[in-house]
Write a protein that binds this ligand. Structure first.
Ligand SMILES: [Zn+2]
Length: 251
């Protein structure tokens, strides 16, 4: 993984439950893969409290999605439905951050409705900073990720940037279908229990959101992220070239 001052992987994506990462950043991670970037996925819980499926099923599904992304996956074993921003939870994440030394982090935005998502965002923010403290009583060499990007969901947060995921929209849908127990599948009668995700309208809503952010950057589908800091740009012409391509420059 290089010397102690170098990043180990390009990114770490951290979600409260298996499938969260794929919902909020699946397209972005597929794009990063295509660019040759290396990353790691981290689930705070095994999702065992979910209405549909069991811990064992959800772990199997999460492993299938990680395989599709060709990315390692870690699970921190926090209690599903009761994730709390405690020092113990932060220490577990700090060990993982120090193990992989990611350059950037992706996670939920702390304005999200599900308390596990909100708490995960807070854990990530504080653990990311503390992981860089050299005298911390935690395993591993100090490492502080350079940026945290919080995914914009259904709350009224203005994104700092959007990632064009048009080329990998279909792949993102296939990725989500690794989670057979969670999403609507008219051909499967294996899983019962009514949830927002399992309703026929969830995928439609997910696409509407991706199309909305896509529209904002003049693309078909996009994922949106918020960053607490202002990003530095060395060459502003790079931004203009991507956002407003000359007509006909892109199919
Ligand atoms: Zn979740």
């Amino acid at each position: 993984m290089g010397s102690k001052s170098e990043a180990g992987v390009d990114y770490m994506a951290i979600g409260a439950h298996p499938d969260d990462i794929e919902i909020f950043a699946g397209g972005t991670l597929l794009r990063l893969n295509a660019l040759g970037r290396k990353g790691v996925l981290v689930d705070m819980t095994d999702g065992g409290m979910g209405t549909r499926g069991t811990s064992a099923i959800r772990v199997r599904e999460a492993a299938a999605a990680a395989k599709a992304l060709k990315t390692p996956r870690e699970q921190l074993g926090e209690p599903d439905g009761k994730v709390q921003n405690t020092l113990e939870a932060q220490w577990k994440l700090i060990e993982i951050i120090r193990k992989y030394r990611p350059r950037i982090l992706f996670t939920h935005h702390f304005s999200e409705e599900h308390p596990d998502h909100e708490q995960t965002a807070l854990i990530v923010k504080e653990a990311s900073f503390r992981a860089g403290l050299s005298k911390l009583d935690c395993k591993g060499e100090p490492w502080r990720p350079k940026r945290i990007f919080y995914a914009v969901g259904n709350t009224s947060v203005t994104p700092s940037f959007c990632v064009d995921i048009t080329p990998c929209w279909e792949s993102k849908m296939r990725l989500l279908h690794c989670y057979e127990s969670q999403f609507h599948n008219p051909k499967s009668r294996l899983f019962k229990g009514r949830t927002d995700l399992a309703g026929a309208s969830f995928m439609e809503a997910l696409e509407i959101r991706a199309r909305f952010w896509g529209l904002r950057i003049k693309r078909r589908h996009a994922e949106a992220f918020w960053c607490d800091e202002i990003a530095e740009v060395g060459d502003p012409t790079m931004l203009g070239g991507e956002r407003f391509p000359a007509s006909g420059s892109r199919k």
